[in-house]
Design a protein around this ligand. Structure first.
Ligand code: AHR
Length: 540
C-alpha cells in the first residue's frame, strides 16, 4: 500500500543547472496543491538537439516486419512497402533520426544480405529467432535492407544512425558498408554498385555506432578488449563526406552501480591512442524484466516504482558525464543514450511472435515525459537519445499488426514535446510540494512537479508533469524578464492510471487542449492528477 504525504517546509533543492525545485507548504492528498515556476528566457543555454527525440528500430519480433515494412504488394496502405500510417505519424512528430538495424541483431548482421534483387536475397539467422514461439519462423528475410531503410529516412525526414557489426563482422566489412553508403559515384566500385541498386546519390550517413552492447550480446568483451577492437574499426574509416560521428559502446546504465567500471575501463584503455570517440552510447532500461510488475495491471505502488526507477536516468547521465570528464576535460565526447524505455517481464505481448511488444499505459506516458524533460535539462551533455523501440517492441509509440495500427500514450508525449527540438534550453526553477511515498523500500520522496523549458524566437515551450495520483497542481509560471502575450496548451491525462489504447479502442488516451490563463508576465494552469502538459507561450 502506498501512502502520500506532503511536507510542510520551505527548502530549495537544485536538480541541475537549468532546472531546480523547491518545496513549499503542502496540502492534504486529493486537494489541489500549488507550484511556482520561474523561467529565465535567455539565449545563453545549450540548444536542445532534435536528436534527443530519436527513434530505434531493430529486426526483432514485429518491429520491422510488419511494423514498419509491409511490402509494396501489401493490402495495408504503404509507400513503397513502408506502412503509410507509420510514416505519417513519424512526420507528425518531426522524427529526427532512426537507429538501425539493432540492437543485438546488428552484431550478427551482414549488410550485403540486404541489397540487390529482393527475390534473390538470402534468408539468414536472426539473433532473436531462438526466442520465437514454437512454429513461428523469425529467420531474417532481408527484404528490408539499407536501401529500404534509407527510403524510410528520406520519406520521413530522419537522419540514419547505423550500428556496425563488430560481433561477427570485420573492420573490412564495416569499411565497405561506409563506402557503399557514402562514396560518390565515380570513386570506388561500391558506389557504382549502390547506384546500380537504385541509389545514385550517396546516402550521406553521419552517425555510426561501432558495435552494440559489446559487454553482452555484442561479443561479451571487457572494456579493454572492446577499446582495442574499437581502434581497429575506426582507424581506417573511409574518409568520404560527411565527417562521421563515431559512437563507442558504453555502459549498461540500469545496472547497480550504473556500470561506471565500463566507462572508466574504456577511456583508460584509450589513453595515449589516436582514435576519435565522438559519442559514448549509454543504455538505460527502466528494468522490470525480473520483477513481478505487469504492463497493464498495477496499483499505486507500481505506478510510483516505475516512475522513480525511470528518473534514475538523471543520476546515470550525471555519473557517466563526470567519469568521462576525468579523461576528456573538454568534454569532446558526448552521451548517446541510444536505448531507453520501460521494459516489463514477458507475458503481455500483443502477439506471441511480436517479441517484447508491450501495451503501454498512462504510466509509461508519464515516464516518457519525465525522461524527455531530463534529457532537455541535460542538453549540454547528450548528443542523441533513442527510444527503444519505436513500434511493436518495449517502449513503443505504436502497435501495429496487419492493417491494425494504434498510437500508444507514449506517442502523444513525443507529439506534445516536439517544439523543444532545436530550441534553446531556458533556466527553470520550480517551487512545489513534494510527494512522500511509502514504497516497498520505505519512504521516498518525489518531486510533485517537474519539467523543462526552451525558447525559439518569441516562442517559449514549457512542459510539465504532475505524477500524483491524487492531487492537481495549480501552477503559476512567471518570467524573470519580458511578458507573456498569449498562450495555448495541451494536456495528456486519464482518470485511470492503467488507461491504454488498443486496436479496438484506439482513442482512450490522447491529448486535449489545456486552458491557459495569461496575465502580464504570468500564466496560470491547473494540472490534473496524472497529467502531462505542454504550453506554447508567445513572449515579447
Ligand atoms: O531493445 C532490445 C535489446 O535490448 C537490444 O537488442 C539490445 O541492444 C538491448 O539489450
Amino acid at each position: 500500500m502506498v501512502r502520500f504525504h506532503t511536507v510542510n517546509r520551505r527548502a530549495f533543492l537544485s536538480t541541475s543547472a537549468f532546472a531546480s525545485v523547491g518545496f513549499i507548504a503542502g496540502v492534504p492528498p486529493g486537494v489541489a496543491g500549488d507550484a511556482e515556476v520561474e523561467i529565465t528566457p535567455s539565449s545563453s543555454g545549450p540548444e536542445i538537439s532534435p536528436h534527443l527525440y530519436g527513434q530505434f528500430l531493430e529486426h526483432l519480433g514485429g518491429v520491422i516486419y510488419d511494423g514498419v515494412w509491409v511490402g509494396p504488394k501489401s493490402k495495408v496502405a504503404n509507400v513503397d512497402g513502408i506502412r503509410k500510417q507509420f510514416l505519417d505519424d513519424m512526420k507528425r512528430i518531426g522524427v529526427p533520426d532512426f537507429r538501425w538495424p539493432g540492437g543485438c541483431f546488428a552484431d550478427g548482421y551482414h549488410w550485403r544480405d540486404g541489397i540487390g534483387d529482393s527475390a534473390k536475397r538470402p534468408r539468414t539467422y536472426n539473433y532473436w529467432q531462438v526466442q520465437a514461439p514454437r512454429g513461428v519462423d523469425l529467420t531474417e528475410t532481408n527484404q528490408f535492407g539499407i536501401h529500404e531503410f534509407m527510403k524510410l529516412c528520406r520519406l520521413s525526414g530522419a537522419e540514419p544512425y547505423l550500428a556496425a557489426n563488430m560481433g561477427s563482422g570485420s573492420p573490412a566489412e564495416f569499411h565497405d558498408w561506409v563506402s557503399y553508403c557514402n562514396a560518390p559515384v565515380g570513386s570506388v566500385s561500391l558506389a557504382a554498385e549502390r547506384a546500380a541498386n537504385g541509389d545514385r546519390d550517396p546516402f550521406g550517413v553521419r552517425w555510426w555506432g561501432v558495435g552494440n552492447e559489446s559487454w553482452g550480446c555484442g561479443g561479451n568483451m571487457t572494456p579493454q578488449e572492446y577499446a582495442t577492437l574499437y581502434r581497429r574499426f575506426v582507424t581506417q574509416f573511409p574518409a568520404f563526406e560527411p565527417r562521421p560521428y563515431l559512437v563507442a559502446v558504453g555502459p549498461r546504465g540500469h545496472t547497480e552501480g550504473m556500470d561506471i567500471g565500463w566507462t572508466n575501463g574504456f577511456f583508460e584503455s584509450m589513453q595515449g591512442h589516436r582514435a576519435v570517440v565522438d559519442g559514448l552510447s549509454v543504455h538505460f532500461y527502466t528494468d522490470f524484466r525480473n520483477k513481478p510488475e505487469r504492463v497493464t495491471t498495477f496499483d499505486a505502488k507500481g505506478w510510483y516504482d516505475v516512475l522513480l526507477e525511470g528518473a534514475r536516468i538523471e543520476q546515470v547521465i550525471e555519473g557517466h558525464w563526470a567519469a568521462m570528464g576525468k579523461f576528456d576535460t573538454t568534454h569532446h565526447t558526448k552521451l548517446v543514450i541510444d536505448e531507453w524505455g520501460v521494459w516489463y517481464r514477458v507475458g503481455e505481448e500483443i502477439d506471441p511472435a511480436y517479441l517484447l511488444s508491450q501495451p503501454l499505459t498512462m504510466r509509461d506516458a508519464m515516464h516518457t515525459a519525465m525522461t524527455l524533460d531530463i534529457f532537455n535539462r541535460h542538453a549540454d551533455k547528450i548528443a542523441m537519445a533513442n527510444v527503444a523501440q519505436t513500434i511493436n517492441c518495449i517502449h513503443s509509440l505504436f502497435l501495429a499488426e496487419g492493417d491494425r495500427f494504434v498510437r500508444t500514450p507514449a506517442y502523444y508525449v513525443f507529439e506534445m514535446y516536439r517544439n523543444h527540438m532545436r530550441s534553446t534550453l531556458a533556466a527553470m526553477h520550480i517551487k512545489c510540494d513534494v510527494l512522500k511515498i511509502s514504497g516497498k523500500n520505505g519512504p521516498v520522496t518525489m518531486q510533485a512537479l517537474s519539467g523543462s523549458a526552451s525558447i525559439k524566437g518569441k516562442t517559449l515551450t514549457v512542459t510539465l508533469t504532475n505524477p500524483s495520483l491524487d492531487s492537481s497542481v495549480t501552477t503559476r509560471i512567471r518570467l524573470t524578464a519580458g511578458s507573456i502575450v498569449e498562450g495555448q496548451g495541451r494536456v495528456l491525462m486519464h482518470p485511470e492510471m492503467t488507461a491504454k489504447n488498443t486496436f479496438d479502442r484506439p482513442d482512450q488516451v490522447k491529448s486535449a487542449p489545456l486552458p491557459v490563463n495569461v496575465r502580464g508576465n504570468r500564466v496560470e494552469v491547473s494540472l490534473p492528477p496524472r497529467s502531462i502538459a505542454a504550453l506554447e507561450l508567445r513572449i515579447s
